[in-house]
Design a protein around this ligand. Structure first.
Ligand code: 13P
Length: 250
C-alpha cells in the first residue's frame, strides 16, 4: 500500500506574516498521519516562520526549488543543504513554471534531483505535457522524455526515494482539471516506465501525485484512481479549509 501524499505548493504567494497565519490555521487541523502524508511548500522567505508554526504537528515542510551546486557564486540561488537547514524534508523539483519561465531543462532537473538525494530531502519531481502536446498526441513522448531525464543516473535506492507529480500544464491554474480517466491513463503510463527502468518493487512503491486545478470537490474521484497516490495543490492550498478538504478527501 502506498501512503497518500498531499502537498500544497504556495508558489509566489504570501508574505511572512500571511504564511505564518495560514500555517497556524493548518496546525489546528487534524489528520491521520498513518494514512495521509501532508506537506506544505511556502516561498523560501517564509520557510522558517512556517516551520515554527507547524512545530509539533505531522505536517511536513518543503521548498519549491533549489540549485544543484553545494555552494558558490550563484546569486539568488539556494542549495539542498540550505533547504535542509530550514527544516525542510521535501523539495519540489522541475515544476512546469520553472521549466517554462526559467528555462529548466531535463538535465538541470536531473542534477537537482541528484543533489537533493545527497541530503535527506525527498524530491517531488514534476512532469507534464503542454496543451498543444496533448492535442497533437505527444503526451506519452513528452512524459517519457521527462521521466527518463529526471531519473538518469539514479540507482534503485535513489529512485525509490522520489515522489513524482503528474501536472498537465493545461490544467494548472486554469480550473480545467484532468478527468480521472485522463489522470489515471498517464499515471499508469509513468508507473509502467518506472517498471521498465527499475522493476516491480520500485514501480509498485512509487508515489505519483496529480496536480492541476485539484480542489476539495474533485479530489476524491481523482484520488480513487488506482495509480493516483496524492495531489500537488496550487490555488486550493492557499486557504486552510479548502486545502484540508483535499487532505480529508475519501
Ligand atoms: P493549481 O492547483 O493552482 O492548478 O496548481 C497546480 C500546481 O501547479 C501545483 O504545483
Amino acid at each position: 500500500m502506498r501512503k497518500r501524499i498531499i502537498a500544497g505548493n504556495w508558489k509566489m504567494n504570501k508574505t511572512v506574516s500571511e504564511a505564518a497565519a495560514l500555517a497556524e490555521q493548518l496546525a489546528r487541523k487534524n489528520h491521520d498521519a498513518d494514512l495521509v502524508e501532508v506537506v506544505v511548500c511556502p516561498p523560501f522567505t517564509s520557510l522558517a516562520a512556517v516551520r515554527d508554526a507547524l512545530k509539533g504537528t505531522a505536517i511536513g515542510l518543503g521548498a519549491q526549488n533549489m540549485h544543484w551546486e553545494k555552494s558558490g557564486a550563484y546569486t539568488g540561488e539556494i542549495s539542498a543543504e540550505m533547504v535542509v537547514s530550514t527544516g525542510c524534508r521535501y523539495v519540489i523539483i522541475g515544476h512546469s513554471e520553472r521549466r517554462q519561465y526559467f528555462a529548466e531543462s531535463d538535465e538541470m532537473v536531473n542534477r537537482k534531483i541528484l543533489a537533493a538525494l545527497q541530503t535527506e530531502l525527498t524530491p517531488i519531481v514534476c512532469v507534464g505535457e503542454l496543451l498543444d502536446e496533448r492535442q497533437s498526441d505527444q503526451t506519452e513522448i513528452v512524459i517519457n522524455r521527462q521521466v527518463r531525464g529526471a531519473f538518469a543516473h539514479l540507482d534503485d535506492v535513489q529512485a525509490s526515494r522520489v515522489v513524482l507529480a503528474y501536472e498537465p500544464v493545461w490544467a494548472i491554474g486554469t480550473g480545467q482539471v484532468a478527468t480521472p480517466e485522463q489522470a489515471q491513463e498517464v499515471h499508469a503510463f509513468i508507473r509502467s516506465l518506472i517498471r521498465q527502468m527499475y522493476g516491480d518493487a520500485v514501480a509498485d512503491g512509487l508515489r505519483i501525485q496529480y496536480g492541476g486545478s485539484m480542489k476539495a470537490s474533485n479530489a476524491a474521484e481523482l484520488l480513487r484512481q488506482p495509480d493516483v497516490d496524492g495531489g500537488l495543490i496550487g490555488g486550493a492550498s492557499l486557504d486552510a479549509d479548502s486545502f484540508w478538504g483535499i487532505v480529508k478527501a475519501e
